[in-house]
Design a binder for this molecule. Sequence first.
Ligand code: IMP
Ligand code: MG
Length: 191
Amino acid sequence: MGPEGREFKSRRSEILTMNQNIEKILIHEQTILARLDQLGEQITSDYKGKELTIVAILNGSLIFMADLLRRIRIPLKVDCWSVSSYHGIKSSGKINFRQQTIADVDNRHVLLLDDILDSGLTLKTIKEKLLQETKAIDVKTCVLLNKIVERAANVEADYKGFDIGNEFVVGYGLDYNEHYRNLPYIGVYKE
Ligand code: IMP
Ligand code: MG
């Protein structure tokens, strides 16, 4: 076996090891990217001629943000907020902000990006913080995944990539205790 074959074999076994807790692939990479083409078009036309700041919630929306941003074809600014609420597969019910500063969004339209809308606590807390502490013109929300569940917080996203059932998913930025974010697809996690 030549060096290329060896490299392929070891990469393949790494991916298999990494995937042993993935029950099934829920959304393939190509399906995600095709949907982002549509979302990018929609956001481009909705915000044409407006001053837009995208606020991405890290770490979960890291990859979603990178792929979506490159599909929005209007001038915009980007800010990233680092928050956490989940431990394992359960929400702690509390939002921890890892930083305090907010970019200047006064007189600008804000579009909040998050990986997934579940209980709604994260998006609601951050949306209210922006509305209370800044003079943003408006704050809308965009999530890659919309979990169909009863929400603790009364909030729905303005832009949604995909509706999913009440399953714990990882990949494409979403984690289980910080693992699996680098899977290129969305998979269902099994313990
Ligand atoms: P919410 O505050 O309950 O709406 O949850 C939002 C946050 O919880 C997201 O930003 C994710 O980081 C995390 N989360 C919720 N559901 C899942 C899941 O199925 N997989 C991975 N993370 C999740
Ligand atoms: Mg998370």
